[in-house]
Design a protein around this ligand. Structure first.
Ligand SMILES: C[S@@+](CC[C@H](N)C(=O)[O-])C[C@H]1O[C@@H](n2cnc3c(N)ncnc32)[C@H](O)[C@@H]1O
Length: 370
């Protein structure tokens, strides 16, 4: 127990020193809702070896109170991590990103909160500590994950309302909410969240339209039924199930070959502001870079098209293949240089407006195209 308290305090100190954690209420919640009660008996960060609690309790605690996400599910089902690699589909989120989202949420006593993506239940527990279990509704799409969250929360002494369902629909029976807190990333903000939140209420969610690795988004719900807000930082989260990016499958489309003088890493390594501009110009497109020794391949994928651009050291031009309805590489390059021509605005100058008709990314002011 002493070990746990010492590690929890050290984690709080590290998060505060790094500037992630400033609010006393959130610090108290981190102390009172201990992270290890939500960690699986075998902890794995997705890298290195899994560590068993009973086999090596000290290393297990070190991992749990470190600052990395602990993977709890692969491929929507497997919790046996020894089974090998797969898509990460649930986790105990990294502490720094959890506190960053919680601070943005700006919770006050008595607030009613919708938490989307219960996962291990840790964030639902932290929210319950902040506003009382009776004010927190947490929705998880996977019934097995939700059941294990209920057990974790019970051990920690909290009983928020746990719902098994699609968090994109919110949970209308417990609305209207003051705050919506999502811990799965969206490429489109579900309008149900806005409908179920009072004017002036706040929605905090990871936003990942497809380029780069995701952004923290803080929206305020307006009296006219829209929501407006800004991108406040980096947030890398698993996608909400129905919004996952398409898988990489090129078999069905014939590709046209060309060459480009633009180094594919210019697009693949672009700063966050460029990622937002390219994501806005190419909705539904997912970019992913793959390293192979000194080589780098940028893959672009949409439902109707794909492209690859290959960087090889020592070359003056690079190979491109493009297939389908849209030349995705050409469009990404054009969006990138439009962003450069606007003097390369950073992430903090971008914002988003959500209406019943969809999302619109803007630069500096709502309505202005990025
Ligand atoms: C990163 S984990 C959440 C971490 C969690 N908040 C914690 O503290 O442990 C993301 C969770 O979102 C869930 N999820 C994905 N799509 C969802 C959806 N449409 N509705 C509700 N939950 C969803 C996943 O099953 C996964 O458990």
């Amino acid at each position: 127990m002493e070990d746990v308290t010492r590690r929890a305090d050290a984690l709080i100190e590290r998060l505060a020193a790094a500037g992630w954690l400033t609010r006393d209420a959130v610090k108290a919640a981190l102390r009172d809702v201990p992270r290890h009660l939500f960690a699986p008996p075998v902890a794995w960060t997705g890298d290195g070896e899994p560590v068993g609690e009973s086999a090596d309790p000290e290393r297990w605690l070190d991992l749990v109170y470190g600052n990395e996400a602990i993977i709890t599910q692969l491929d929507d089902g497997a919790t046996d991590l020894a089974a090998g690699a797969g898509r990460f589909t649930s986790s105990l989120s990294a502490a720094s990103t959890v506190v960053s989202l919680l601070e943005l949420l700006d919770v006050e006593t008595g607030h009613r909160i919708l938490d989307v993506g219960t996962g291990t239940g840790w964030t639902a527990g932290l929210l319950a500590r902040l506003v009382g279990s009776e004010n927190v509704t947490s929705v998880e799409i996977d019934p097995v994950i939700s059941k294990s969250a209920a057990a974790n929360l019970e051990r920690a002494g909290y009983r928020p309302r746990l719902i098994v369902g699609d968090g994109a629909l919110g949970w209308a029976p417990a609305s209207v909410y003051d705050r919506v807190h999502a811990t799965c990333a969206v490429a489109r903000v579900p309008y149900a969240w806005i409908e179920q939140t009072r004017p002036g209420g706040v929605i905090v969610t990871p936003y990942d339209p497809g380029f780069g690795s995701g952004h923290e988004l803080r929206l305020v719900v307006m009296p006219d039924g829209t929501a407006v807000g800004r991108f406040t930082g980096h947030a890398s989260y698993m996608m909400m199930r129905a919004q996952r990016h398409p898988s990489w499958d090129t078999a069905d489309l014939r590709a046209a070959r060309s060459t480009t003088a633009v180094d594919p890493r210019t697009i693949g390594y672009a700063p966050a502001g460029a990622d937002l501009a390219m994501g806005a110009a190419l909705p539904g497109v997912w970019a992913r870079g793959v390293h192979d020794g000194g080589r780098y391949t940028l893959r672009l994928r949409a439902q109707d098209a794909w492209a690859v651009a290959r960087y090889e050291p020592g070359r003056d031009t690079y190979e491109v293949e493009q297939a389908g309805e849209r030349p995705l590489w050409d469009l990404a390059v054009s969006a990138y240089f439009d962003w450069v021509a606007r003097r390369s605005p950073g992430r903090d100058r971008f914002g988003l407006t959500v209406t019943p008709a969809g999302d619109e990314v803007w630069l500096d002011m709502p309505g202005s195209t990025p």
